[in-house]
Design a protein around this ligand. Structure first.
Ligand SMILES: *[C@@H]1O[C@H](CO)[C@@H](O)[C@H](O)[C@H]1NC(C)=O
Length: 190
């Protein structure tokens, strides 16, 4: 009887250990490889130029106020390392998909093309690109591909042109900040 009890305890312990191990594996899940490569390709389109935050350049206290700490977050993005540990990147704890990207106050200079790999990150729930310099890139309708978005902040990004009507297809969106982009306007739809 004692022996049987011991066996039961051992089996239970074993199952428990397996589950623990399994969960441990999941919680330390590496970044989804497609997301990792999308981010690395995205990175190649930008340079870090904190001098653009100089007071003289913008005549604008807002940058100093909103961005007291400008840091090249993308410098921590290196191929071969887990993208979930990169600055500005948040992953889903189980799937390893990138669900959050915060590159605000990044002093990034470059363009966001319609074929940017940013738009491959379809699991993104929050995206914050505020206070960067996207060279008057047109505001791409491709943002509407990020169907999981709940929060989108593209303020002070240097986007230009019309706000694509496709943005309204983001059915989960709870907040949208497009303030302080040059010449950005809602397109009249009739
Ligand atoms: C990352 O490194 C691997 C192996 O060296 C390479 O095959 C892959 O193309 C690299 N990915 C990117 C996005 O540079």
């Amino acid at each position: 009887m004692g022996y049987l009890m011991l066996l039961v305890v051992r089996v239970v312990l074993c199952v428990y250990m397996f589950m623990m191990f399994h969960f441990a594996c999941l919680s330390s899940h590496l970044c989804h490889s497609q997301d990792s490569s999308a981010l690395l390709h995205f990175k190649t389109h930008f340079i870090f130029n904190p001098s653009l935050f100089d007071y003289d350049y913008h005549y604008d206290y807002e940058y100093e106020y909103e961005c007291p700490h400008v840091y090249p977050k993308m410098s921590t993005w290196e191929n071969g390392t887990d993208c979930c540990s990169w600055m500005g990147v948040t992953c889903h704890s189980v799937s390893g998909h990138v669900i959050g990207l915060d590159l605000s106050c990044g002093a990034l200079v470059g363009n966001i093309h319609p074929n940017s790999t940013l738009f491959h990150l379809t699991h993104l729930q929050t995206l914050n690109l505020a206070f960067n310099f996207f060279n008057h890139s047109p505001f791409s309708s491709q943002f509407s591909k990020l169907v999981s978005l709940t929060h989108l902040n593209l303020s002070n990004c240097g986007f230009q042109g019309d706000i694509p009507s496709q943005i309204s297809h983001l059915s989960k969106l709870q907040s949208l900040d497009l303030s302080f982009n040059r010449g950005l306007m809602w397109k009249e739809t009739t």
